[in-house]
Design a protein around this ligand. Structure first.
Ligand code: BTN
Length: 308
């Protein structure tokens, strides 16, 4: 454990003011060193109150700190603000960061969505990108996107009792309002995925309803503030296990159980193309099988889906 981790644990366990002298003695360092570590922790976004009596961790239920992620914390990079967590995650991936590195921003100034849309990223939302290095052929990359949606959907359903459903490919809706969007980018080597960055924007304690029609946040559904840290920790737990034991058939089966797309009349839009029909099925690679007006079938492998 680093000195900062030890200080965090001491303050966290005490839940009250701890004198600089006590921290100094427990770490076996000087008072000045304690003070310097605390300054560094405050700079990295941890709310610590200093007073003549000592130091106290301010327990904001919605705080996000790498120290809260236990042994995996070295892979967690938290920023107050970034243009987009996607750019930072891709930069780290190209610099050979370990798999499951996570980049989190308290807010983003150029958050982006699919089809070159903007993703509004104000305070209170959960914005993160995870770098994964799955041992998968490119043809199965879409399955990873679906898996991310299924796992976030499970967190919302199981832990928060919210009736979350997935709209193809990986939007998460509650009562037809969007609560979560997922964007992925990948780099390939031959026909294998070299790395993927999966970017997730979840409306938690922010208020997207004021500027984005048909959107909703977890706080407005549940009527109280929710800990983003708990959501993220639960998601990472599920998703990292899933990637290690990737079973595409299982992902497709689970996606079908929580989807709200199959059976609906849909319009699918890509950057260059669009197509309307009845959503009939999800194929083994995550493509949406449509029945067109003339009775023929067409499988869409990517795009945005609108209900009509
Ligand atoms: C969509 O529904 O269009 C996808 C939205 C994805 C938004 C997330 S927020 C974290 C990550 N960083 C970004 O710039 N975008 C993704």
């Amino acid at each position: 454990m680093s000195s900062k981790e030890k200080i965090y644990a001491i303050l966290h366990d005490a839940g009250d003011v701890v004198s600089g002298e006590e921290i100094r003695a427990r770490l076996g360092v000087s008072r000045v060193a304690v003070w310097k570590h605390i300054q560094g922790m405050v700079k990295s976004g941890i709310a610590i109150e200093s007073s003549p009596k000592g130091y106290r961790l301010l327990q904001d239920p919605d705080s996000l700190s790498a120290y809260d992620f236990g042994p995996g914390k070295h892979r967690i990079h938290i920023f107050d603000q970034l243009p987009s967590t996607m750019d930072k995650a891709i930069e780290l991936a190209r610099e050979h960061c370990p798999a499951n590195t996570v980049v989190i921003a308290q807010c983003q100034t150029s958050g982006r969505g699919r089809l070159q849309r903007q993703w509004l990223s104000g305070e209170g939302g959960l914005y993160f990108s995870i770098v994964i290095r799955p041992d998968l052929p490119i043809a199965l990359a879409s399955i990873v996107n679906l898996a991310a949606a299924v796992d976030m959907c499970s967190v919302l359903r199981v832990q928060y009792g919210v009736e979350a459903r997935v709209k193809w490919p990986n939007d998460i809706l509650v009562n037809n309002c969007k609560i979560c969007g997922i964007l992925s980018q990948m780099e390939v080597e031959g026909d294998q995925v070299h790395f993927m960055t999966i970017g997730i924007g979840l409306n938690v304690n922010n208020s997207p309803e004021t500027s984005v029609p048909d959107s909703v946040s977890l706080r407005s559904l549940l009527g109280h503030k929710i800990s983003r840290k708990n959501i993220l920790a639960s998601f990472l737990d599920r998703f990292e296990k899933r990637i290690m034991t990737m079973d595409p058939e299982e992902v497709v089966r689970e996606w079908k159980e929580v989807n709200c797309t199959i059976g609906k009349q849909v319009h699918i839009k890509t950057l260059r193309d669009s197509c309307s029909g009845t959503a009939m099925d999800l194929d083994t690679q995550g493509g949406l099988v449509l029945q067109l007006e003339d009775g023929s079938h067409r499988t869409m492998v990517h795009g945005d889906c609108f209900f009509i």
